[in-house]
Design a protein around this ligand. Sequence first.
Ligand code: NAP
Length: 288
Amino acid sequence: MILITGATGNVGRELVLLLAEGGHDVRAVTRNASAARLPDGVEIVQADPSQAASLSTALEGVDALFLNPITTSAPYQPAGEPARTLLELAAGSGVRRVVLLSGAAAANANGGGDPLAVYFRSYEKLVTESRLPWTFLQPGEFAANALAWVPQIRGGDTVRDAYGEASTAPIHERDIAAVAMRALLGDERVEARIVIDGAEALTKRQKVDLIGQALGRKLLFEEVPPVIARQAMIRHGFSEAVADTVLAYQAASIEHPGPASDGIERLLGRPPLSFAQWATDRSAIFGG
Ligand SMILES: NC(=O)c1ccc[n+]([C@@H]2O[C@H](COP(=O)([O-])OP(=O)(O)OC[C@H]3O[C@@H](n4cnc5c(N)ncnc54)[C@H](OP(=O)(O)O)[C@@H]3O)[C@@H](O)[C@H]2O)c1
């Protein structure tokens, strides 16, 4: 049995689907089972990982745990008691491996001043201390970050955001899920840090254009001062330090575009899914 935290989210939903399609036993954790919309045959557990004790029964008979940090702490806040308790319960229940959804920032050499690095490393440290065999997934930017533009694209043809030339290699969440599944099911990658990125570096302008192509619309990108984007991020629950760090990453990526590593190809034996594919897959969310 595999227990998936964050099962209704960007990565978790894809992971549950892949595991269910493969005929594996999946237990999906959500705080609201009636809204989960997960496939038939998936065992749904209504619990909140930020109240870790609510998962003690759900951990019975579980071999592998997928841990999404966002389910146990406020956005980009370091791991605390809920994550520690959850890992203790997992170890006590006989869980044999943990796959952690970490992030590329964990490897940032300037970790001390980077709240994203501090956040991811705090989770990696707790998992390591749990003594459970682990795999740390370290993806770069999720393609799903472009969902922040949904209200603008549903409301008109212009996307306003900072740093139009900021360039990253966004990864399709299905690719993250496919690697997670390998790690949850097999043992060849246990105790490994797996760096994964999308196929190619794209600027924000190019991403908006590709979403427009998926929708059959001509979308425009209008650059706004970073302070406007900063305010929007803070309104969406990011701390000031995290908003500043994300914007600094974006500014730096203009000169040094986000990496397009070969991790997906090496691990899955096929190229990463493209951002164009992602935009097509998510077109209904954008109003297509
Ligand atoms: N975005 C990026 O570029 C990026 C890059 C690298 C790593 N990451 C990491 O990936 C993780 C996000 O993954 P994701 O996008 O798949 O997650 P997500 O879609 O934002 O959320 C996953 C699920 O977690 C549950 N959840 C959300 N907030 C919660 C809370 N405060 N307490 C308890 N449960 C909560 C929700 O499920 P229910 O409502 O059904 O309970 C949600 O559907 C983060 O830890 C992030 O640091 C992100």
